[in-house]
Structures are given as structure tokens and as C-alpha cells.
Ligand binder design. Structure first.
Ligand code: ADP
Ligand code: MG
Length: 250
């Protein structure tokens, strides 16, 4: 709707690695309360774009604006304090910490949480409300004291999402969160992401599964060779000739 400002604006962003134009002039406006999707063949620059948005990857050129404020030269730590959270394409949980401790690490990253670090709180057996909330939203009750290696892949993914939610994000970037999941697990993640819309959370989901994309996303961007080739509703994008050609070589 008009009058609503984007949470994140990406303005003509390029990320080149030598001669490889991984991201080559992308512009987007990511809106509050909406789930945005990115589809694209392997190597089309999706993860690099997310890396640029979180400032883990250096931009070659272009601008990034969070709440209208440029941050393309800010550090990754400053970006995290803006309450931008992400999950990675491969699960990155700390293997020697329990589910609850892993999620608590997310809550500890909150700028507004002054109740101490993970160790002091765990020694005092205090679990912050943000952690409780993240556990319940991701249906992880009963798994709190498990270690990541004891969990199925789908459950590990939910722990990662819980950790990201526990940071209290305004923008959540999810890089292929359902890779390696079965249909039932995908549907659970889809329902979870949709339930987060109500808080005005802005989400960006990199997803390969077309059905998951259609079920979950409000607005989809299609990438190929570092560029946008289509944008719009999920069904329109999937049906667009450019996307058909990129995937099927037609
Ligand atoms: P996607 O996530 O869409 O599969 P990536 O963003 O991972 O694509 O990669 C886009 C392109 O950039 C690929 O050609 C990849 O090999 C290249 N690339 C990614 N990261 C680097 C890097 N650190 N150095 C050099 N090339 C990279
Ligand atoms: Mg990727």
C-alpha cells in the first residue's frame, strides 16, 4: 500500500568477485509484514545478495537503506544491531550447546536485552521471555535440552529460525531454510513464517521449492546471472517466460 515505507531498500547493488558478476545491479523494496521470496538457479547470486544485505560481503557499488538510512558502509555488527537476522544455507548451530543455549545466543544479541550473557543467565537458570517465545513459536517445547546432533535436520532448521527470532528482528533473511526437508516439514516452516507476518516483521526467503514459494510468499523476485529477470506475485513469476527459460532452457 502507498504511504508505507520499506524496511529495506536495495538500490542498484553490485557485488563482483573479479570477473564474476555475482550480483549485478539489483534493486528491491522490502516491506513490513510481507514475506518476499527470491528464486533463481544455482549460482544466480541469491546468497551473495543476502551476504551484501547483512554486510558480510562487500558491495562493489550501490546503496542499502534500512528505515531510509544508508548503511552500505556499516559493519556487520552495526547491521545486527539494526535487528537484521539471518539463517544460513547450511545449518550453523553450536554443537556443544543445547537447543535452549543456542537460542539464548540469539536473545543475547538483542541490543535492548541488559540481563547479562548466556552463561550468567544459564547459571542462574533464567530463561529470557524472548527465548521462551521463540521456543513456543517454533514448536520446540520438549527439545530444549537436546544437542543439535541429536535432532533431525528439520528440527535443527527450526532451532536456527528460533535463534533468529529470539534476536527480535525487524528483518529476517532466510537462505533456503527448507533445503533437505520433507513435505510435512516444509509446510510447518511455511506456517511458521506466515505466523510471523502479524508482528510487522519483514521477511526475505530464498527458496527452491516452487510450491513452498507459492504457499508462503506475497511478492517474489526471480534472479539469473546476478540480475532480476521477473518480479510480482508467486504465480505470475513462476509462469513468466523469463523464469521458464532460466529453469527449463526454453
Ligand atoms: P546462489 O546462492 O544463487 O546459488 P551465490 O550467491 O552463492 O549463488 O553465487 C553467485 C556466484 O558468485 C557464483 O558464480 C559463485 O561461484 C560466485 N561467488 C560467490 N561467492 C564468491 C566468492 N567469495 N568469491 C568468488 N566468487 C564467489
Ligand atoms: Mg545460495
Amino acid at each position: 500500500p502507498t504511504g508505507v515505507d520499506p524496511v529495506l531498500e536495495v538500490d542498484d547493488v553490485k557485488v563482483h568477485f573479479g570477473g564474476v558478476k555475482a550480483v549485478d545491479g539489483i534493486s528491491m523494496k522490502l516491506m513490513p509484514g510481507m514475506i518476499h521470496g527470491i528464486i533463481g538457479p544455482n549460482g544466480s547470486g541469491k546468497s551473495t545478495l543476502i551476504g551484501a544485505m547483512t554486510r558480510l560481503t562487500r558491495l562493489t557499488s550501490g546503496r542499502l537503506l534500512f528505515d531510509g538510512e544508508e548503511y552500505q558502509n556499516a559493519s556487520a555488527a552495526v547491521v545486527a544491531r539494526k535487528r537484521v537476522a539471518r539463517t544460513f544455507q547450511t545449518v550453523r548451530l553450536l554443537p556443544d550447546l543445547t537447543v535452549l543455549e543456542n537460542i539464548q545466543l540469539g536473545a543475547d544479541a538483542r541490543a535492548d536485552d541488559k540481563s547479562g550473557n548466556v552463561l550468567t543467565r544459564l547459571l542462574g537458570k533464567q530463561i529470557s521471555p524472548a527465548v521462551r517465545d521463540a521456543v513456543s513459536r517454533t514448536n520446540l517445547e520438549g527439545f530444549e535440552d537436546f544437542y543439535p546432533s541429536e535432532l533431525s535436520y528439520g528440527t535443527q532448521r527450526r532451532v536456527e529460525i528460533a535463534r533468529a527470532i529470539a534476536t527480535g528482528p525487524r528483518l529476517l533473511l532466510l537462505d533456503e531454510p527448507t533445503a533437505g526437508m520433507n513435505q510435512k516439514e516444509r509446510a510447518e516452516i511455511s506456517a511458521l513464517l506466515q505466523s510471523l507476518r502479524t508482528d510487522g516483521l519483514c521477511q526475505l526467503l530464498v527458496e527452491h521449492d516452487v510450491q513452498m514459494m507459492i504457499d508462503t510468499c506475497d511478492h517474489v523476485y526471480a534472479m539469473n546471472f546476478g540480475r532480476l529477470i521477473a518480479e510480482g506475485t508467486p504465480t505470475d513469476v513462476v509462469r513468466s517466460p523469463q523464469v521458464q527459460e532460466a529453469y527449463l532452457g526454453r
